[in-house]
Design a protein around this ligand. Structure first.
Ligand code: SF4
Ligand code: SF4
Length: 225
């Protein structure tokens, strides 16, 4: 008999949002990306990133706010993204950054631009970043400023989610494997911030993990000043 898969419930997200309030860093990162994106933070612009949440997360957030609504695709590409979502997920849209309710942000809003990085052996090693945003998200070029409190809450939040949800665990394990393939092709190390806030570098082509330092953290144009 096949093993029953676990799925998060609205209660899973309630538990997470009860404590996860740490900003990524003590500076307002949005002021660095907004001027290059018509005055809108890149991660709050559905033209750059369509917010996706689990239906369980949607159900929970709808009990606390009217900020979120269903996302309406605006072109073929955005329609395709919506069509390809798994049954447990939903594309959503908030009322815009000027009306953002900090306490009612989604998990993706609270964690962007980071995702939980897993080794090939399935160990949750720390935080890595969504590399498609290297040239638009200022935080990726300033990872040394990430606060320990954010790291602690980020990892605690995902550990709660993974304990309740098998699909989410698989998604991020697969995403970490994709990052290894992309960075191996680029012949670049993947920088990971571990639980203690230390830098680890995942060597390309399966050549292991080595300790790094803050100076090994990458910078990308136009944030490489
Ligand atoms: S996380 Fe990145 S994209 Fe979002 S506001 Fe900060 S710098 Fe901009
Ligand atoms: S909820 Fe706030 S942080 Fe999230 S996309 Fe909307 S404006 Fe941005």
């Amino acid at each position: 008999m096949s093993k029953k898969t676990k799925a998060a419930t609205p209660g899973t997200f309630r538990k997470i949002f009860d404590f996860f309030d740490a900003p990524i860093m003590s500076v307002d990162c949005g002021k660095h990306c907004m001027p290059l994106n018509d005055g809108v933070p890149v991660c709050c612009d559905t033209g750059n990133a369509i917010p996706v949440m689990q239906k369980a997360e949607w159900k929970h957030l709808r009990t606390r706010s009217k900020m979120w609504g269903k996302f309406t695709p605006y072109d073929e590409n955005s329609q395709e993204i919506v069509d390809e979502l798994s049954d447990s997920c939903k594309a959503v849209e908030c009322k815009g950054f000027k009306k953002c309710e900090r306490d009612n942000r989604s998990l993706a809003c609270r964690t962007f631009p980071f995702f939980p990085y897993f080794t090939k052996d399935g160990e949750l090693l720390g935080l890595s970043y969504y590399w498609h945003f290297e040239d638009t998200c200022w935080v990726i070029s300033n990872m040394k400023k990430v606060d320990q409190r954010f790291i602690d809450q980020f990892l605690e939040a995902y550990e709660i989610l993974f304990a309740d949800d098998d699909e989410e665990l698989e998604v991020f394990q697969d995403y970490s494997a994709s990052q290894r393939r992309v960075f191996s092709r680029r012949k670049q190390d993947i920088p990971v911030i571990n639980r203690k806030g230390k830098v680890l570098l995942i060597r390309p082509k399966g050549k292991g993990v080595k300790k790094g330092s803050l100076k090994d953290l990458p910078k990308f144009a136009p944030f490489d000043e």
